[in-house]
Every structure is written in C-alpha cells, then in structure tokens.
Design a protein around this ligand. Structure first.
Ligand code: 13P
Length: 250
C-alpha cells in the first residue's frame, strides 16, 4: 500500500518571516497520520522553515538543486547544502525550470542521481503542453521524460525513494484542472512506464502525484483515484487551502 504524499511548492513566494508565520499558523492543523506532507519553500527560507516544523511530522523539501558536488558554480545550491538544513525531498525538473531555465531531461537525470547519493527523495516533474495533448503526443512526451529522468537509476532506489509528479503544463496556475480521470489515466500510464523500465513490483511502490490547480474543491476526487498517490500543490499551498487539501476525505 503506497502512502500518499502531498507537497506544497511555494515557488518564488513568501519571504522568510512570512513563510515562518504561515507555517506556525497551519502546522498544528495538518494531519500527518496517514500521509506524508512536504513543504518546499525557497532556498533562503529552508533553514528557518525547518526550525518551524520541528516536532511535527512535516518534511522539508527544496525546489531545485545543482548536480555538482561543490565548486565554482555561482548561484547554485548543492545537495550537501540542502541536507545540512534538513531537506528530505527535492523537486526536480519542474516545467517552470524547464521553460525559463532551460533544464533538459539529461540535467534532470543528473540531479536525480545526485540527490539519491545523499538519500534525498527526488520529486520528478513531468507533463505535456496543451499543444502536445491536442496533438495526442502527451503519452509519448511523458514516457520520454520519465525514461530519461530514471536512466541508470537502480531499481531499489526507484522503489524506495522516487516520487513522480504528473503536472500537465496547461493545468499549472491556470485554474484549469485535469479531470480526475485524465490525471489518473496519466498516472497509471506512468506506472506502466516504470513497470516497463523495471518490474511491476517496483512500479507498484513508486508514488505518483498529480499537480495543476489542485484546490479543496477537487482534492477529494483527485486524491481518491486508484493511481494518484498525492498532489503537488502550487498556489493553494500558500493559503489555508493547503490544510483543507492535506486533510482531504479518503
Ligand atoms: P498550481 O497548483 O498553482 O497550479 O501549481 C502547480 C504546480 O506547479 C506545483 O508544482
């Protein structure tokens, strides 16, 4: 039985004090008994948010990482820097990073490998554009992203540590949500891709989230689908809506 995982991707929102205040406000109301909850603030807020969630079962996540160990990479952040402040999960290959910062599938794969070396769980984002879906290319696109992200990753690490987030780009920040059926169909397809790359038992262990305009009004339906093991929440993770999503009715 896969444990659900709901992560809040704050993106480039909340300066540190505001972020700490927000976490203080919601942390006692978040029910972590049955699901893993992850909060992903910006880099400079990680340390203080870690202090704010101490004593709860909420995990700290980062939004990005660089794949080199250390050195002359101005502006980048290494895995060791993340683990030093308590990071347990890290979003990789978000569509905004692919679009604005030209991240490729190969870079995503390097980041995944580096995170796994240090026992951090990657949350690998995949998803198609509207044009790709309209052209019926969405399955091919997602299969390629998943396959490349997992290249040369050992099956034991895949089953124990990898989280995949299906985030159709047309549903991110648009208010348009994929229907629960569309989301489940793709999450199931991704599980099939993992089974093809590894085995069915590995695929059965991998947690696959849906992300894209998840809100309290659609969370119950989405989170109760057979192949959706959680959500990656953007805008709604910045408000009390996050509490309602995490405490959805299962
Ligand atoms: P929204 O929930 O704001 O659509 O963002 C989704 C997302 O990109 C999470 O990573």
């Amino acid at each position: 039985m896969r444990k659900k995982i709901i992560a809040g991707n704050w993106k480039m929102n909340y300066c540190v004090n505001k972020g700490v205040d927000f976490v203080e406000e919601i942390k006692e109301r978040i029910d972590t008994d049955k699901i893993d909850v992850v909060i992903c603030p910006n880099f400079v807020a990680l340390d203080r948010i870690f202090d704010a969630i101490e004593g709860t079962n909420i995990y700290l996540g980062a939004q990005n990482v660089y794949f080199e160990t250390s050195g002359a990479y101005t502006g980048e952040t290494s895995v060791d820097m993340l683990t030093a402040v308590g990071v347990k999960y890290c979003i990789v290959g978000h569509s905004e990073r692919r679009k604005y910062f030209h991240e490729t599938d190969e870079m995503v794969n390097q980041k995944v490998k580096k995170l796994l070396e240090k026992d951090v769980s990657p949350i690998i984002c995949v998803g198609e554009t509207l044009e790709e879906r309209d052209a019926s290319k969405h399955f091919d696109i997602v299969e390629e992203q998943v396959t490349k992200a997992l290249k040369d990753i050992h099956k034991d690490l895949v089953s124990k540590k990898i989280v995949i987030a299906y985030e159709p780009i047309w549903a991110i920040g648009t208010g348009v949500t994929a229907t629960a059926e569309q989301a489940n169909e793709m999450c199931k397809f991704i599980r099939g891709v993992v089974a093809k790359l590894y085995t069915t038992s590995v695929a059965d262990c991998v947690r696959i989230q849906y992300g894209g305009s998840v809100k309290p009004s659609n969370a119950n339906e989405i989170l109760n689908m057979s192949d959706i093991d959680g959500a990656l929440v953007g805008g709604a993770s910045l408000t009390n809506d996050f509490v309602a999503i995490v405490n959805y009715e299962s």
